[in-house]
Design a protein. Structure first.
Length: 307
């Protein structure tokens, strides 16, 4: 069977593109009505989500029971920090469920079958074949959907963990974004996974429209992530976005020197904890942005990680 090929004259192409553009505009307006405050046109309201992320060293195909034990240790440690980290439910199946059982399993039930649950999160290759060498993923969620929802995920293939607050394109509830809570969570997760480095960060949700050449007389644009720190267009771009608190394990912290405006303390394992501020990190605060830049540059240098 031959592939379907569309052939347009230049005028037809322009008309077709215009219709697609008009349809996109209509859908964007509809989504904005359904989800106020969302979409690429909402550039006046700057909003941020907050995360704790980190990297550890270890085999991608670590045994599911070992990964599961560390995952449970993480959830238990977080639960002792704040009631926000309670009522955990663990994702039991990453595929479309073929039974009538809930996808999320309460922690008390999942605890006794954690190795099985981790194993179901095995990565697959391009042919759909389970591939332990690509690692496993395991996810837990606490709280109702919205800006106070908390989720923790660990991916052994990337040796990466993430604690997120809020949801995709929904800013974190700022009443839960406090220095004591984020510092305690960062240290607890780092201890459970023997992190090489970890960081609490802010990430700007907003997007911008960038004009592009498409067809004569047809307005077109692409959607880009907005500048993370509007006050500093040269703020370094990296996976660390806008760091607030960072932890470096002893091998990565060796030789690190910082200005006195960065708060530092040694951890019991010989690592180094650095903080831009003990207030909630506000990227629109010039002093906070200045210190976050120092942390970003430090992380990039120590981990050789820059986008």
């Amino acid at each position: 069977m031959r592939p379907l090929v569309w052939i347009f004259a230049e005028e037809e192409a322009a008309l077709f593109a215009r219709k697609l553009f008009d349809l996109n505009q209509a859908l964007t307006g509809l989504l904005s009505d359904i989800f106020p405050g969302s979409g690429a046109d909402n550039n006046d309201a700057i909003s941020y989500r907050y995360f704790v992320r980190g990297q550890w060293a270890g085999p991608a195909d670590e045994k599911p029971a070992v990964t599961g034990a560390k995952f449970l240790q993480t959830l238990d440690s977080l639960s002792r920090i704040d009631p926000l980290f309670s009522g955990w439910k663990i994702n039991r199946n990453w595929k479309v469920a073929e039974d009538d059982q809930p996808r999320l399993v309460p922690l008390d039930i999942a605890r006794h079958r954690i190795a099985e649950i981790v194993e179901k999160g095995i990565a697959h290759n391009d042919f759909g074949k389970p591939t332990p060498g690509y690692g496993y993923s395991v996810l837990a969620i606490a709280g109702a959907r919205g800006p106070r929802r908390v989720a923790f995920v660990a991916r052994t293939g990337l040796q990466f963990f993430e604690l997120s607050f809020g949801e995709h394109n929904i800013a974190s509830d700022l009443t839960i974004v406090t220095y004591p809570l984020f510092k305690a969570a960062l240290l607890a997760i780092s201890a459970a996974w023997d992190a090489q480095w970890s960081y609490a960060q802010a990430f700007r949700n907003d997007t911008v429209k960038v004009p592009v050449n498409f067809a004569l007389g047809v307005p077109a644009f692409r959607i880009d992530t907005a500048a993370q720190v509007p006050l500093d267009p040269t703020f370094p771009k990296s996976a660390f976005h806008i760091p607030w608190i960072i932890y470096l394990a002893a091998p990565h912290a060796a030789g690190v020197t910082l200005t006195r405006e960065i708060l530092t303390e040694r951890t019991p394992d010989g690592g180094l904890l650095m903080s831009a501020t003990t207030e909630r990190l506000d990227p629109m605060n010039p002093e906070h942005a200045k210190r976050a830049r120092i942390l970003a540059e430090t992380l990039i240098t120590c981990t050789e990680n820059q986008s």
